[in-house]
Each structure stands twice: as C-alpha cells, then as structure tokens.
Design a protein around this ligand. Sequence first.
Ligand code: ZN
Length: 131
Amino acid sequence: MKIGEVAARLGVATHVLRHWEDEGVVVPDRTSSGHRDYAEEHLRRLRIVQSCQAVGLRLAEIRLVLHHDQQGRETVIDRRLDAIRRQRAELERAETFLTHVRTCRHDLVTRCAACSAYARTERAREVTSDC
Ligand SMILES: [Zn+2]
C-alpha cells in the first residue's frame, strides 16, 4: 500500500507518516524501486499510534509502548496511567460539582457549602501539583 493511500485511510498527512517513520515508530517496507510499502500490519500499528496520541502519549513513549522488550516501557505506561487516573478524578469532581450546581438552591454559589467545597478541593490540588 502506498503512503498516499495509507494517509487517506488514516486521515493524516503523508508528512506525518514520514515523521513517524523517521522516529522509528512505524517503519514500512520498501518496494524494489525504493517506494514505501505499507502492509495491513503497519496500518494496525499506525492506528494504535493514533490511539496512543489521543490519550496524550508522545512519539518517543509510543515507540517504547509498541515494542515489548524496550527498557523503560513499564515506567512510561505507569506514568501515563497515573495521569489518566488523576484526570479521571478531576473530571469526576467537576461532574459532581456541576450536577450539584444544576439543582443548587442558593442564590450565589459562594453561599453554598457544597459549592465552596468544590473550590477548596480544586485549590488543594493546584497547591499539590506545584510541589
Ligand atoms: Zn450549591
């Protein structure tokens, strides 16, 4: 499969695929005339790369994740898992707050203990992350 076809199927520009190749993330085969030749396996890997990017992994990290025997792989994965869990906790706090605000009977959110409690947890988080 030619690079143009792969780019169209994945919805990315060809220079992106060349960059991922330069970075050693997904390296296609070459035809006898030297053109890039992507197999279905490459396409599957490229889709995984896209998914990894969508959850915030950088290319260097993705390269580690894709190769099972890479040194530092577990550290990269664990670090990203920690970040995802922190983000999920933040989103859950925001959801709880907004769900409450929707039905909050106070004329000002600052007069509501539940609303103010949310602001306190947010500030506490910011202070912690500065450390
Ligand atoms: Zn409230």
